[in-house]
Design a protein around this ligand. Structure first.
Ligand code: C5P
Length: 218
């Protein structure tokens, strides 16, 4: 009988636009893991808030999160900076985080059987959502490089933005995310620090792959 592959859980935390999403996506593909970009959930709630203004209540959100499917997180409208800022404000709410957490925990610990495990990225994944992850990473990059990357990304999507506005919005989000009382962004002691400032996407992938392979083989 063929031996079942070890179930692995990878947890990644990072500030905005540090390259964690791209990395997590390629790792998930390589190791056949369910990938969840947890920021997209807060962004989806933010977009609902922006679009519905008066009809935005916690019971409405509860329903939305209950019926959430991963496909709906692919909406390109979720990617704008306006939605990102609103997401970082919504993400401070304890009750909302509670609702979102159970969805994330389910994805991390019970992905569909076809996967060999899960890989989640966000702000509190390493210590709140998957505290017993097999591998934990804190991905970061210098502020200006992150702003430049995000600016290029938004330009590719034909969004009308200026580099300075993107820089400002990333700074604001960093401030919100690092300093909030509930689930702040932080690097846990057991997270491996990866600074992507001077690394290409490929180099970054290979560096992390080496670490994961070493862990899986042992
Ligand atoms: O990752 P992304 O930049 O799309 O996340 C948008 C916002 O959602 C973040 O600035 C952060 O405030 C919030 N977030 C969070 N916890 C997570 C993921 C995202 O608070 N696990």
């Amino acid at each position: 009988m063929r031996k079942r592959k070890k179930f692995i859980k990878i947890a990644i935390d990072s500030p905005a636009a540090a390259g964690a999403g791209t990395l997590a996506k390629s790792l998930s593909k390589h190791y056949n893991l369910l990938y969840l970009d947890t920021g997209k959930i807060y962004r989806m709630l933010a977009l609902l808030k922006i679009n519905r203004k008066n009809k935005f209540s916690k019971s409405f959100l509860k329903k939305k999160i209950k019926n959430l499917n991963l496909k709906s997180l692919q909406n390109v409208n979720l990617l704008s900076d306006e939605v990102g800022i609103e997401a970082s404000l919504i993400a401070k709410d304890k009750d909302i985080r509670k609702l979102v957490h159970s969805f994330q925990i389910n994805c991390a610990y019970k992905p569909p059987k076809k996967f060999n495990g899960s890989c989640l990225d966000g702000r509190d994944i390493t210590y709140k959502i998957i505290p017993d992850a097999d591998l934990k990473f804190f991905i970061t990059a210098n502020l200006k490089i992150r702003a430049k990357r995000r600016f290029m990304e938004l330009k590719k999507l034909k969004k009308k933005v200026s580099y300075l506005d993107v820089l400002k919005s990333i700074k604001k989000r960093d401030k919100n995310d690092y300093n909030r009382r509930i689930s702040p962004l932080k690097r846990t002691k057991d997270s491996i620090l990866i600074n992507t400032s001077n690394l290409s996407k490929r180099a970054c992938f290979l560096k992390i792959k080496k670490i994961i392979d070493r862990k899986i083989i042992n």
